[in-house]
Design a protein around this ligand. Structure first.
Ligand code: NAG
Ligand code: NAG
Ligand code: NAG
Ligand code: NAG
Length: 381
């Protein structure tokens, strides 16, 4: 049966408990079907399970570029990605939607020229892109531009009206939590696949450029600008900015746990749809720069490993099959029929009826009376 599942992992950074606790930091579970790795590879880090093509340890345990590290010295253990500054919070590899949610600590630091980089050690020709996030900028009379290589992938500008006091901007943001151009702006990150094909593929980093455009830059800079790459609902879903803007005890942006999504595709090293999607009953999709896989209709599991896609037992799977009669699981599907002695549609509640018996009158003069109409006792109609 068609289904969409999100695999959730648990993260509770010890530090996060004392800082900003977002609902995301409360964990959930990974499905056993998808938490499959290569043979003899450790796939557990604390309460998280690592599905191939991700992996830890020796190179045979992951597809090149998908290496993770489990930091077991921290309590609970932390699953790390990239250069180790990104913490994995959630995997998703369901039905073409393949991403990993990671947490980065702090805002993006810019130098005196307003230049900064997302960092994270996302490697050249690597599997990740950051397209499913927002660029978020907090500041006065400043524009932020996000580039991948020389291609602009997002930009927004935040204005503070002439004469606006900083405190006014603050209260606007605090009350309405609006981030729509006044003191704060946000913008989608957009990749044009045609450009991705040639130029972005090899790019190592995402660079941020800030430009102040107000009349009095020193006034504008009294309120330091902060730039984030974050999941689309991070701004509205948390009290991050309220805390950041508090005048009595502002939270340091350095301490913020910022979640964002890394879309991933299997790339390089001879990747073809057929050798990436190793499981029977799986199919591949050509993405921006590589391949992703999905188990076929009626199967679930991990399409990236041999025999990873397993038949769904629709008859014993709450929410997948709707069978109100006798259910028989088949390879890749199921068969639903009415119990003996009844007929009708077993996929509908009350769909199986005792059939018309010979006692029922099925015609009246020249007119046939077809079931569900009937004449006579109640089982006739
Ligand atoms: C995958 O998602 C698409 C739409 O996003 C849907 O049409 C399709 O049926 C889904 N396939 C499976 C196997 O769930
Ligand atoms: C992954 O491998 C690269 C290259 O060997 C290494 O630089 C990086 O630190 C590794 N990352 C993790 C999280 O293990
Ligand atoms: C990107 O890298 C591939 C192989 O790593 C190379 O063949 C290609 O020429 C590079 N493209 C650009 C635009 O640098
Ligand atoms: C710019 O702002 C600073 C700090 O508020 C102030 O001291 C200075 O006089 C302002 N300059 C102009 C030209 O208004």
């Amino acid at each position: 049966m068609a289904h969409i599942r999100t695999i959730l992992g648990v993260v509770m950074a010890a530090a996060a408990a004392t800082m900003l606790v977002s609902p995301l930091l409360a964990g959930a579970e990974i499905s056993p079907a998808e938490a499959q790795g290569m043979p003899n590879c450790d796939i557990t880090c604390g309460s998280m399970s690592v599905p191939y093509p991700f992996g830890m340890g020796p190179a045979r345990c992951y597809w090149p570029g998908f290496n993770l590290t489990c930091d077991r010295r921290s309590n609970p253990p932390r699953l790390l990605l990239g250069d180790g500054t990104l913490q994995v919070q959630e995997f998703s590899m369901s039905n073409w939607s393949t991403f990993v949610t990671v947490i980065r600590t702090g805002d993006i630091k810019v130098d005196g020229n307003g230049e900064g980089t997302l960092g994270g050690g996302l490697t050249t020709n690597g599997p990740y892109t950051i397209s499913s996030n927002k660029l978020i900028l907090l500041g006065c009379n400043v524009q932020a531009t996000l580039k991948n290589s020389d291609v602009i992938v997002s930009s927004c500008s935040s204005f503070c009206k002439n004469g606006d006091r900083l405190s006014h901007v603050r209260s606007t943001l605090e009350e309405g939590m609006q981030c729509s151009g006044n003191g704060c702006c946000q913008s989608d990150i957009v990749f044009n696949p045609a450009e991705v094909a040639g130029r972005l593929f090899n790019s190592t980093s995402y660079d941020v450029q800030l430009k102040w455009f107000g009349w009095n830059r020193s006034t504008d800079q009294q309120w330091p600008a902060h730039v984030f790459i974050a999941r689309s609902r991070w701004f509205s879903g948390t009290s991050v900015f309220r805390k950041l803007l508090r005048t009595d005890a502002p939270v340091s942006a350095d301490a913020m746990q910022v979640p964002f999504r890394l879309d991933w595709e299997v790339v390089g090293h001879g990747a073809e749809g057929s050798n990436v999607c190793k499981s029977k009953h799986s199919d591949y999709l050509t993405g921006k720069k590589g391949y992703t896989c999905s188990c076929n209709h009626g199967y679930e599991g991990n399409p990236y490993i041999t025999d990873g896609c397993k038949d769904i037992d629709e008859c014993n799977n709450e929410g997948s099959a709707k069978c109100y009669g006798y259910c028989t699981n088949l390879d890749g599907s199921y068969y639903c029929r009415c119990p003996p002695g009844t007929d009708g549609d077993a996929t509908l509640q009350g769909g199986c009826r005792t059939p018309i018996t010979s006692d029922c009158i099925t015609s009246c003069g020249d007119i046939d009376v077809p079931y569900p109409f009937g004449i006579g006792s109640a089982n006739c109609y």
